[in-house]
Design a protein around this ligand. Sequence first.
Ligand SMILES: [Zn+2]
Length: 85
Amino acid sequence: MKCPECGEEMEEGYVTGAYGFFWAKKKKFFYTLGDEDTERLFVRLWDWYQARLVGYKCSKCEMIIFYYGERGERLLKEKEENGEG
Ligand SMILES: [Zn+2]
């Protein structure tokens, strides 16, 4: 994947989190799963893995892009099937 800012090839890898990834439009002191304005992007609940999603990093721009939801799950599965997961 090419970086949308500088156009150089991005490095493929994993973005990891202890529990999950969430999205919120508002800045808050604390985010909880039950908040209506907090969207769950990806959560690991029933296994020992940390939450992880396939991501693309540009070190020059200090930016990471990752896919979540069904597309994120599909990319993870593809990497695991290729022996990379
Ligand atoms: Zn870049």
